[in-house]
Design a protein around this ligand. Structure first.
Ligand code: 5MY
Ligand code: ADP
Length: 305
């Protein structure tokens, strides 16, 4: 039985009669092919990546498994539509905390249409893409059984300053309620999630080592999903912290050149996460995030009032 994922944090949603991804109970994520060349480009990427013998297994695990394409009833009621059949990378988690981080100081590329370049340039300038080399596209942080998740709306997320991004990456690993902007963030899960030999930082460093060498693909407008299970930590189990790369509608051939755009953004994200691990007590200034929180209360479904 196909359903709309409640763990999707960014991108096109299958809500309000729109075309968007679906999931099933067997752990698969069905992403509808976008009508223009984006759909076919993403299929071409997954096909090429899956069969490329030069991708080491320890890097392959950072990508969703690709099961081909399938015609399915589209979420917008328009009838049969081709979908990418992917591993649902969140399916093992009960109450997953997730951040979608779009990597790179530019999301546009020379081969793209003029319209896409102009729209991307505007978003890159207005977000932390240009200043930090990455931006947060969406997130959800599990609060408690009673309050559910904090899912800030898209407008707030795209307005994050660099300091807000620092705060969010700290909130993500704190035991404080994510909607409480008054108390100091404790970062008490930082070592369990970001640290350790298998934590997020170690995984990002492994990915970086590959990006220092690989010249096969250039990953524009692609995201790293950072995920973990807060409840598991509270129960004394493993955090299940993982990174996965997603969204390959704008991947182009590397033609023997290092993907400096992705690599630079990745280094910047690594630096910010390393700083949280080394200085968990340093609370940065909060700008738009705090002002916004003071004026809005969050509802369980992630919307605001
Ligand atoms: O339409 P929007 O404004 O929601 O933009 C989408 C982006 O949302 P954003 O505003 O950056 O959070 C969206 O970004 P996220 O996946 O949300 O990070 C994509 O960039 C999407 O384009 P594409 O499917 O990758 O070609 C973008 O869709 P298109 O505008 O390119 O159709
Ligand atoms: N394979 C996957 N498994 C689980 N969730 C996914 C997967 N791929 C994408 N998502 C979720 O869907 C969101 C949008 O995905 P994305 O591929 O960026 O779509 P779009 O092309 O519409 O921007 C991500 O932020 C993430 O929450």
């Amino acid at each position: 039985m196909l359903k709309v994922p409640d763990h999707q944090v960014a991108g096109h949603h299958a809500r309000d009669g729109k075309l968007g991804p679906l999931i099933d109970d067997s752990g698969r994520f069905y992403k509808p092919l976008q009508g223009d060349e984006r759909g076919s480009k993403e299929v071409a990427f997954y096909t090429s990546f899956s069969s490329n013998a030069r991708i080491p297994d320890h890097i392959r695990r950072f990508f969703p498994i690709f099961y081909g394409t399938q015609l399915l009833e589209a979420s917008d009621g328009s009838g049969l539509h081709p979908h990418l059949v992917l591993q649902d990378v969140v399916s093992g988690c009960h109450n997953p905390c997730i951040i979608d981080v779009k990597i790179g100081s530019r999301t546009w590329y020379l081969q793209a249409s003029e319209d896409y370049i102009q729209r991307s340039l505007k978003k890159d300038r207005e977000t932390t893409t240009l200043s930090l080399g990455f931006r947060i596209s969406g997130l959800q942080i599990y609060d408690s059984k009673e309050s559910g998740f904090w899912r800030p709306e898209k407008k707030l997320v795209l307005g994050f300053t660099a300091d807000d991004v620092r705060v969010v990456l700290r909130k993500f690993v704190s035991s404080n309620s994510p909607t409480d902007s008054d108390s100091e963030l404790d970062c008490s899960f930082a070592s369990a999630v970001y640290g350790g030999s298998t934590g997020i930082l170690a995984q990002l460093l492994e990915l970086k080592a590959w990006f220092e060498d690989q010249t096969i693909f250039h990953f524009f407008s692609c995201s790293i999903l950072i995920m973990y299970d807060k409840e598991a930590i509270l129960k004394g189990m493993s955090s299940g912290a993982e990174i996965k790369l997603i969204d390959f509608a704008h991947v182009v051939e590397g033609e023997g050149v290092i993907d400096h755009n992705f690599l630079g953004g990745l280094c910047s994200l690594i630096k910010m996460i390393s700083e949280i691990l080394t200085s968990p007590d340093e609370n940065p200034n909060i700008t738009c995030l705090q002002d916004y929180e003071k004026n809005h209360s969050y509802l369980e479904n992630g919307t605001t009032e």
